[in-house]
Design a protein. Sequence first.
Length: 582
Amino acid sequence: MDQSLPSTHLEANGEALSPGDPGWFSYVEAPLVVADAAAVKWGDTADVVVVGFGAAGASAAIQAREDGADVLVIDRFAGGGATAVSGGVLYAGGGTRYQREAGFDDTVEDMFNYLKVETQGVVRDSTLRKFCEDSIANLAWVESQGAKYDSALYKEKTVYPPEGKFLYYAGNELLPRNLPIAKPAPRGHRTVGKGVFCGAYLFNALQASARKKGVRIMPHAPVTRLVTDQLGNVLGVEVKQLKPGTPAYQKHAKATKRAHLLRFVPPSLIKLNAKLVEMEQREGEPVLIRARGGVILSAGGFAFNPPMVKRYAPAYKDTFPVGSGGCDGSGIRLGQSVGGVARHMHSVSATRAIAPPAEFAQGIIVDDSASRFVEEDAYAGSLGRKVAEHGSRETWLIVDESMRAAAIKVARRFEPGWLVLNFPVLRTLVMNCKGGGDAAYLARKIGLDPAALERAVQTYNEGVDKHEDPFGKNPHYMKKLSGKLYAVNISPGNKHTTCMIITMGGLAVDEDTGQVLRGGTTPINGLYAAGRTAVGIPSHFYVSGTSLADCVFSGRRAGAVAAAQAGAPGETLPLKAAAPVN
């Protein structure tokens, strides 16, 4: 079978793209092709080389190490990635210990049926079912690495559970349209910790476990290209390593800490990231690293690469990226550089949170024609996606004075996570809330047709009386709009009610092994992808916790296969001809 490298690399839409082309938007170079691996001067060798050290990379590394492989993890910064700045939520169900303790008898079948609606065939049914069937075991595996979970339940609608609550409804399980499909259960398992960034507790546990088990870690070393033989089999990577103890290393390490602080100021972080790329390419020492069993790409998505976001997901170009500076698309580009195909690159998790306060979900969302188009009690990711892709010039949340009063009460409540959860409500009320009159008055204030907004409010109120809603809103969140009305601008580009995004597209992989697929069909020997570098469970639609859960699922899958490919320590198994994947 001819597995030679193509001269250009096709994107999912059929467009040819190669390193250096306009639209590549990456420091990743074309692969280094060698005639004889034995003749290469390798700077280091490992059974498994993992590129990127977040939840997916850590899971892959630990699994491969548990299976007996010598593992080297390489990270552009110091590890953690988007995981360390996340909420630390794992989506798990089918009857976890914590669900049972909270009084829920969830089943794998209900979990599968619900996620099948949300994933819309982005992975095979058999893969989704395995994800659900392995859910309890994967949660237990994460716990065995040192992370902790709890059954303290939060029942109300929220983007993220408050302090002291660690189990909640993380998606659209309670929407009326989903109730006939699957019995709802809380499946969001928040890692135990303080504050809203419990992902740091999750990553710290995984990192400590990896180190204890003997995983070797090379920080401050961006991977710039893959190394292949003449048939396109991946043999290893080239890094631009900043040597420990050098001024460049120390400067890069200091900038890495600054980048972590700048994650709430994306424009500043993006500028710093560009300067760091220049430093890495200028000061980094090229080192070739051999991977006997395979290279696993787990370097996150591309949310912090604005040109890539604009190219693949233009509806989200003015939004607020979430993650780390390492989410620069390099993992995806590395796979594409040897013929891998990127799919679902338009898919973005866009969190447009209007609750808490829960009373805001009682209002109505209208577009620039004063028409409703979404159920307001939907999961924040559903709201964000529908608002961003609806195409309206501006989008408004309409609430009344009692709902506004509830928001003020929430905003004034100082508690752990206030800066992230409550302060945005306060900022919205001060800088992004207009009105103080009837529907006609409000419409004139925000530039809508008065008669159209009056009809929208009247129609909604009539539905409240009948306990009916054309969009399937839960009656629990239906309340008449009365008295003075106010409007909050929730348009994607509005800076006062930020729309936070995480990219969900990635490399097409063999769903049994995690191998990257050349041309989208043929497994590439020696190359794997996991987490947000790959197409996975959340790549059609993200439900809170499915990304981290998929990082564990796909990371362990790739780690196990790559370790098996390495064979005994120091032994490279013969490469087998790959068959196309249907």
